[in-house]
Design a protein around this ligand. Sequence first.
Ligand code: COS
Length: 382
Amino acid sequence: MALDTETRDQLIDMVARFVAERLRPIEAQVAETDAMPDEIVQEMRELGLFGLSIPEEHGGLGLSMEDECLVAVELGRTSPAFRSTFGTNVGIGSQGLVMFGTPEQKAKYLPGIASGEIITSFALTEPEAGSDSAAVQTRAVLDGDAYVLNGTKRYITNANKAHLFTVMARTAPSKPGGGGVSAFLVSRDLPGLSTGKPEKKMGQQGAHITDVNFDNVRVPVENRLGAEGEGFKVAMQVLDRGRLHISAVCVGVAERLIKDCVAYASERKQFGQPIAGFQRIQGMIADMKTEALAARALTLETARKRDAGENVTMEAAAAKYFASEMVGRVADKAVQNFGGAGYTADHGIERLYRDVRIFRIYEGTSQIQQVVIARETLKRGG
Ligand code: COS
């Protein structure tokens, strides 16, 4: 549902204040401890952040894609690890259920997801199925009233905290591609399900990814999400949507970095004047600003198209491709703008430089986005 302008502005203002007053002051602490304070998670719950995209009838805010992107831009103005805390509930961990769940499945899980009592994860990637998602080897074998799952998922965001996983597993080994894959809602407390140790990562400390292991996990038949063999398409449609959200976060981080650069360049003096007065610095700021504006426009335009019911597979891939590459270039220029101070931990610039690197990889690498964009463009005839 699209909010009226006033309500939307109030929501954005509330999120902006939360980011500025509660999250930015503890960015460095969260990065250093690699842990998210419980009271911050509780405040996120109270603000409704876990339920931004969950339909109102199930206890969420039911935002339109455009409104969700506008909120995601605000959330991008701080360490992406904060957004990651509820990011799976808003996006890939819940949207399969929202789009393909039965009324019973929705009623059972969505209210808890919206309130943040249930943390969700999206378990698609495997050791041998990264970009080639259709190659998943995790098996789901029907046995009476349950599917028996065996296999390993890798790099699964929030898996260490998750109560509910959307798992893509192969139900038809005779069909090697996506057609043999089904999706399941898998509760953490089922015997045989375990998660590994959080990986040591380049950035986004405070957000965690781990393996998920399935050892004869019996998942009730009623927890299959969508029809047998539809799991790959469920995953792809969840990702179409997730990619737009990530694009908006990239825009937010870029806008934050530009503000930081402008503030620093206006203060920092060399050759007797603030470096903002030098055209070579201005050139960098102009490039950063232009690219951020372009990514913002592409992301919001695509979100509006999706809200209008259009197929945006190509546009969402283009937005993710452009916005994630853009924020990489912006972060690189930000380090340059700050000079030696950007390379030290003092201003948090090097931290954001590391944090944004994953945007070009997760929810589909830039190279996969190129594949999707080219295929769709060829299919559409231009
Ligand atoms: N929406 C709906 N259906 C889709 C779709 C989409 N976005 N993308 C593909 N499909 C459908 C196709 O229409 C096709 O259906 P039919 O079999 O009925 O014709 C089926 O799914 C298989 O599609 P395709 O042949 O394009 O599959 P490929 O194996 O070639 O893979 C890519 C396509 C590479 C695009 C896919 O594997 C991908 O996106 N990989 C990256 C995954 C990713 O983002 N991983 C990150 C981990 S999750 S954080």
